[in-house]
Write a protein that binds this ligand. Sequence first.
Ligand code: ADP
Ligand code: MG
Length: 336
Amino acid sequence: LDLKNQDLKKLADLGQGNGGSVEKVEHVPTRTIMAKKIVLIDAKSSVRKQILRELQIMHDCHSEYIISCFGSFLAEPNICICMEYMDKGSFDGIYRKIGAIDINVVCLVAHSVLEGLTYLYDVHRIIHRDIKPSNILLNSEGEIKLCDFGVSGELINSIANTFVGTSVYMSPERIQGAEYTIKSDIWSLGISLIELATGRFPFCDTVSDDDDSDLSDLERDKDLDPNNKTPTHRDSTFGFNKKKKMRRLSKRMDKEATLHDDNLASMSIIELMHQIVRDPSPRLGDQFDEEAEEFVDACLMKDPDERHSPKTLLEYRWMDDARDSTFDVKAWTATF
Ligand code: ADP
Ligand code: MG
């Protein structure tokens, strides 16, 4: 399919995110409805071409758990990525609309994300890097799919004025500057599952009064890294270009926090990062089945070496519930 910008008619805005916006469009020649993601790229044309080459991988992703891609093209100074449109949107929007998500659905979300992560890793050697409710989509067929995976290293490096892969879903080891691994995605999954099942972002109950999320806090508090070494990995939050990144992070977090919860908005981002590293992991709560609690606890092991891989987590009892589930997701999607 040869996609051209002039063939795409905008139908609606679907949302704005980190470094881009998404529109519902119609590809007029084929009358296909698509979601068009527009990313402003801060890069030379040689880099842009490299990014487009890397995005080709998306075309080769064929899994019922991954959003399919129609194609991508340059529309200077943006890159446009046209993907499958999911008419029920993302799970963050859904729980904000209807409240806590039925645990039977959350169970299926967990299963779909694990299958999606396993597919990306086994077949394409890709780590997602940005698991969160807004990247888990639903359609009225009851299908649950992942989008926005870290397909392009160049894209991640050059998204203008933003800071990809950093969010309130970030794992303790990532906050401390470790390399991204598939285990970091599992942490983000665990946080997302609690958020969906309870209808609120965890880490809100111990809100600190201290709202000065300025950089001096970070500079003073070297205890984020237990070895007291400043991480040097270029992609790490507190490594390369720290001040600039922290300023962007605060801006970004403020936006995300406001969306999440007014409590969180008053909590400093530094305090939140400290809390993730220092405090015991959040838990699902015992109003839920033991199988569900056990699974979420396993996702939120603080030590990434103790945290399981997607494959092992697929063997958990709760994932048997998902495979045996008779819950009618399609009917459920018709209720909102
Ligand atoms: P974020 O994921 O940080 O919210 P994005 O720019 O990736 O930011 O997406 C913005 C919003 O667009 C998402 O929250 C989601 O609700 C919506 N969206 C993204 N992709 C699709 C899609 N393929 N179909 C329907 N809605 C989508
Ligand atoms: Mg997204």
